[in-house]
Design a protein around this ligand. Structure first.
Ligand SMILES: CC(C)(COP(=O)(O)OP(=O)(O)OC[C@H]1O[C@@H](n2cnc3c(N)ncnc32)[C@H](O)[C@@H]1OP(=O)(O)O)[C@@H](O)C(=O)NCCC(=O)NCCS
Length: 202
């Protein structure tokens, strides 16, 4: 039986946080915008970045497992909650500056503000992050997480929305009915903004 067939999706629990942080850090260490913002491809710096980020992910958090081991994570959140309140962001600033330094913190804020400026006004479900353990990438884990997200969108007849800094990811999202609606440079890198119409078929 292939790993693809063995992959199961379940809700993330607080006890899974360290394993999930490890996967996100290793999955995103080579992402261009993470490298630009964190000024390195250090797994430790990405772990610190996601440790802070996880506190702002207040939507649905799912993990993918193969043989009981967590191998991927995805988060999506309704548009009403996709921007953490300004006060919450302010509360996280000291930890970010302490763990990542002022220069990277300013770059992260510039990056996230640029993304927020593109958020659709219409009600939507905001997808991201998604990360799959590099040792099992390309084996269907990301697709299983995306399928769970799209099933939720279809059940609720909701629009989906996401951002990506990796052009090679655009076709992956297109397979699930997402289409590029805008693109712009952020921190000197092209970023793609994608939307999936309610109950859209790929
Ligand atoms: C992007 C990511 C979540 C995809 O998950 P995955 O488990 O590797 O993807 P899957 O195995 O389900 O593959 C999905 C499809 O994309 C294709 N694909 C996967 N990786 C690819 C790559 N690097 N380049 C081109 N196509 C790729 C697969 O062939 C598959 O197509 P198919 O259904 O026709 O076979 C994962 O690779 C990842 O964590 N990457 C690093 C972090 C990242 O980029 N996160 C998203 C930021 S927007």
């Amino acid at each position: 039986m292939s790993e693809k067939e063995n992959c199961s999706i379940e809700l993330m629990t607080p006890e899974m946080a360290e394993e999930v942080l490890d996967i996100l850090a290793r999955a995103y260490a080579t992402n261009p915008i993470n490298r630009a913002a964190l000024e390195s491809s250090s797994i430790e710096r990405n772990r610190a970045f996601f440790r802070i980020g996880l506190q702002t992910m207040n939507g649905s958090r799912y993990v993918a497992k193969i043989g009981g081991e967590i191998v991927g994570m995805a988060h999506w959140v309704d548009s009403e909650k996709c921007q953490p309140p300004a006060l919450d962001k302010l509360k996280l600033a000291p930890a970010m500056i302490r763990d990542l330094g002022l220069k990277s913190s300013l770059r992260i804020m510039k990056w996230l503000s640029a993304w927020s400026a593109h958020d659709p006004k219409l009600k939507h479900s905001h997808f991201g992050p998604i990360g799959v353990d590099p040792k099992v990438q390309g084996k269907g884990v990301g697709s299983a997480l995306l399928r769970a997200h799209c099933e939720d969108l279809d059940r609720r007849k909701l629009m989906g929305y996401l951002e990506t800094d990796r052009p090679e990811n655009v076709p992956i999202y297109e397979k699930f009915g997402y289409r590029v609606i805008n693109q712009t440079e952020v921190l000197g890198l092209m970023n793609y903004f994608m939307e999936r119409k309610p109950s859209s078929q790929a």
